[in-house]
Design a binder for this molecule. Structure first.
Ligand SMILES: Nc1ncnc2c1ncn2[C@@H]1O[C@H](COP(=O)(O)OP(=O)(O)OP(=O)(O)O)[C@@H](O)[C@H]1O
Ligand SMILES: [Mg+2]
Length: 261
């Protein structure tokens, strides 16, 4: 086992996304996962039924005690929900882990359409967290919301990625159409396309959380950014292909596929 990953995100009681997906992913990729919970959701494959917030000072305390004792080689941020939480997380990371690579998944909406980011939190995310991130991983609606630009095809991904204003951005093509699914990695002007088959399935709950955690784990294990993205995409693809088919809505992935080899 190698690579310590601190995950700062919300809980998905359904086990398919959020902290649960993050823990499973990092474990399946042979890393060591630690967590700071930001919110609890009562959630299943049909949607988010309720959200219970974790107080800011307790989020900060989870991060402080973990970093002070165990340390982290990479940090992944998922659902943060409120502006006050974003400020608290940015403050503690600036203080205790300014040089640890940070993967920021700018989660705004659950797959079922439930808003997971309050409106004023968007500004806080742009001002505080995006500048700190080693990588930001928006899907298409998130990339549009962060920039005010419209995406009509994959050709638009690089300019939108650049406009986000981070060191590196992976614009994910899950929300586009077509048999080929393309993600674009933009790194300080350097553009790399990753293409793969689009699987026709309802079982894609947590793909975004899973990919971001897989990339964070790769960085923690010393992979460079492109290699971490490549391995992360392959891991997600296999997890979709072997999804167990649980639930009546957007079903979860098979995070454990690496164990059956
Ligand atoms: N149908 C699919 N077939 C193959 N790969 C997929 C499919 N859907 C998603 N992926 C993979 O998962 C990654 C993330 O997908 P997506 O763009 O849907 O992110 P997201 O919208 O943030 O997901 P989430 O709703 O879980 O937050 C994609 O980059 C791609 O690699
Ligand atoms: Mg997402």
């Amino acid at each position: 086992m190698n690579g310590r990953v601190l995950i700062i995100a919300g809980s998905d009681s359904g086990g398919g996304a959020g902290i649960q997906a993050d823990l499973k992913t990092v474990t399946a990729l042979n890393g060591f996962a630690m967590t700071a919970l930001t919110a609890l959701t009562a959630q299943n494959t049909l949607g988010v039924h309720a959200i219970h917030d974790v107080p800011e000072d307790f989020i900060t305390q989870q991060i402080e005690v973990v970093l002070a004792d165990l340390g982290a080689d990479a940090i992944k941020i998922g659902m943060l929900h409120r502006a006050s939480v974003i400020h608290a997380v940015a403050d503690v990371l600036q203080r205790l882990a300014p040089d640890t690579p940070l993967v920021l998944d700018p989660v705004m909406m659950a797959k079922g359409g439930h808003a997971l980011l309050e409106p004023d939190a968007m500004t806080a995310m742009k001002e505080r967290l995006i500048p700190m991130a080693a990588l930001v991983t928006p899907n298409v609606p998130e990339a549009e919301a962060l920039t005010g630009l419209k995406i009509s095809s994959v050709e638009d991904f690089p300019k939108v990625a650049k406009a986000i204003g981070a060191k590196a951005v992976l614009v994910k093509g899950g929300h586009m159409d077509g048999d080929v699914l393309t993600d674009v990695l933009w790194q300080a002007g350097d553009v790399q396309r990753f293409e793969g088959p689009r699987i026709d399935t309802p079982h894609t709950h947590g793909t975004g959380c899973t990919l971001a955690s897989a990339i964070a784990c790769g960085l923690a294990q010393g992979l460079d950014m492109a290699a971490a993205v490549e391995r992360g995409r392959a891991y997600v693809l296999q997890a979709i292909k072997t999804a167990p088919g649980y639930g009546q809505g957007h079903g979860p992935l098979n995070h454990a596929h690496t164990f059956s080899k």
